[in-house]
Design a protein around this ligand. Sequence first.
Ligand code: M6R
Length: 634
Amino acid sequence: MCGIVALIGSREVAPLILEGLRKLEYRGYDSAGLATIKSLDQEKKGVLTCEKAEGKLVNLASLLEKTSVEGHLGIGHTRWATHGKPEKQNAHPHRDQSGDVAVVQNGIIENHNLLRNELKSDGVNFLSETDTEVIPHLISKQLKKLKEEGCLDSGETLLKAVQLVLSRLEGAYALAVIWSNAPDALVVAKRQAPLIIGLGQGEFLCASDTPALSGFTNAILPMEDEEIALLTPLGIELYDSAGCRQQRNPLILSENENAVDKKNFRHFMLKEIHEQPETVELWLARHFPQHLSDQFPISLPFEESFYQSINQIQILACGTSRHASMVGAYLLEQFAGIPTTVFYASEFRYAAPPLSPHTLTIGVTQSGETADTLAALAMEADRRKNFGDPSFISRQLAITNRPDSSISRQVENVLDIGAGIEVGVAATKTFLAQLLSFYGLAIAFAARRNSRTLDEISSLIEELQNVPDQLRILLNNHNQITESLAHNFSDTKDVIFIGRGINYPIALEGALKLKEISYIHAEGYPAGEMKHGPIALIDHRVPVISIATPGKVFEKVLSNAQEAKARDAQLIGIAPEGPDTAIFDSLLPIPNVTEWISPLLTVIPMQLFSYHIAAHRGLDVDQPRNLAKSVTVE
Ligand code: M6R
C-alpha cells in the first residue's frame, strides 16, 4: 500500500517521478505528492519545493503543470490512507518545521503516538494526522544534534541522522528522505515493506515495485529488511542495521516483466479478462507435456520422498488468493487425497492450530507483498523451527505472480504463476493462473502418491488442454450477454451468489468481484446453507446467481435455486444449456465439462458480469475506491 518513488540523477526528476508514480498508482490513489531539491551553484544549500494534491495522480499532474518543481533530486508518493483521512494535509511528502527535510513513507509506524507526544513537548507543531510526520521532525532533531557535535552538512550526516531515527521506529516502513542542506544525497531505508533500487546511467531510481523502473533501467537491487542506503550521483553506499557496508550484485529484470499497456480495451480489467486463454496456454506449455510419459507434469522444487511423506497441507492467503486456495484445497483433498486446510492469513498469524507433523505450508499471494500472508508464513516457519522435533517434516511453498517480490526472498520454494503484470486492482487473470497452479500441484501429488490412476490423471490433463479454446468461445459469447444483463441489474442493491463443492469458492469470488468494483452488496454462499438463514433476505429485488455444473451436486444446486425462485428471486444461472437449466430466468451458458475443470470456466461470466455492472455505473473499474493492489499493511 502506498507507492514511493525517489530519484537522484543529472536531469529534471519531477516528470520521471510522476511517470514512476503513475505505474505505482495501483498501490493507492487517495492523494499524491512530490518534493524536489534544486541545487544552487553559488551556495551549497539547495531549494526544496513540495507539491501535493488530494485524490488521484492526475490532480497532482495538473498542479505541476502550473507550478515549477525543479531539481535533479526528488521523492514522490501515491497514498493509500491508513492514519488520517485522504486529504491534502495528510498527503506525503511530510516535512520538518523548517521545510528543509522531506520524507515519503510506505508502512505503519506503530509507536507514532508516543513519538508525536515527545515531539510536541519539544514544541513541534504537527500539520497532519499521519504516523509518517514524526519521521521528518525526528530527523531534523537528530541533524541539529549532529551539527552541534561538529558534523558538516552532507549526505553522510543525513545518513547518520536517519540511522539514529530508524532505531526508534516500531513497525514496517519503506522510506526516502531528502535534505536541502545536502542537495546531492538521497537516503532510503526498508523494513517489512518493499523497496527496490534501480541502477541507471549516473542515476538511481528507488521504487516500491519494479513497474516504476520500466523505461529507466532493468538492473535492480532489491533492498533487504533493515537496510539503509545513501545514494549520490557517485554511487551507492548500502548498510545493514549494524552499520556494516553491504555489497551485492544487481539482478536483471527481463524486458516484458514490466510491460503495462491497455491495448484497445476500455479498462485494464477487461483486457486482463480477455488475456485468460493465453494465460492458460502459456501455463500449459510451461508445465505440461503434450502427452504423459514417465515424466510427470509440473516440476516442483521438492525431492521425490517429500511427496510421499507429508500428511497435510495448510494454505495461507487473503482475498481472491484465498478463494483460489479453496478450489486448490478441494483438488488436493478430493483429487490427490491429502487433507488440506485454507486459512485467512490475517487470522492464522494470531491463532494458528496446534502443530502437527509432516506439513506443507503454502502461501498464495499474487503480489508477493501482502503483509498478513508474509507474516503468517514467517510465524509458521519460526514456530516449526523452534519446535525442536527433528522428525517433523515441514516445508513451505510460495505461489505468486511476482517472483521478484518479498515472498520469493522469504520462502525457499517458489511457484511462479506467470500471468504477467496485472494492473486492474480486481484480480482476474491471476486468479485463473492461481487455479492452474493448484491443478498442477494436485496432479503432481496424485501422480507421485498413486492416489489416482494414470488414466484419471491423463483425462484431467486432456480437459485442461481444451480450456484455452473453451475460454475463447466463452469470452466471445459472454461479453455481450453479460453486458445486456448488467444493464438490467446495475441499480440492484443486493446480489446472492450460490455454488457447492468445487464451485462454492467461485460463488465467493463472484461476490467479491461485484463488491469491490461495483460497490453492490453481494454474498457468496454454499447453496445448501441458504435455508439456514440467508434465504430470509430473498424477495423479487434480489438476484440469485447459481453456479450449477454437471456432477455430484448438480441437482442439489438446481433444487437450491428453485427454493430461491419460490421466494420470487430473479434467477441467473451459470450452467450448461439443457432442459434442467430452463428454470433460470437468464442463463450464462458454459460448456458441458466435468466438475473438476468447471471453476476455470464458471469464473468467466462472473468476472464479465461484475465488470459490465461497474462500467455501466460509470465507476473507476481499475482503481476502485478504498482499495489497493498490494496490501502491505496489516
Ligand atoms: O497480492 P495478494 O494475492 O496477496 O492479494 C490478496 C488480496 O488483497 C487480493 O486478492 C484482493 O482481494 C483483490 N483486490 C481481489 O480482486
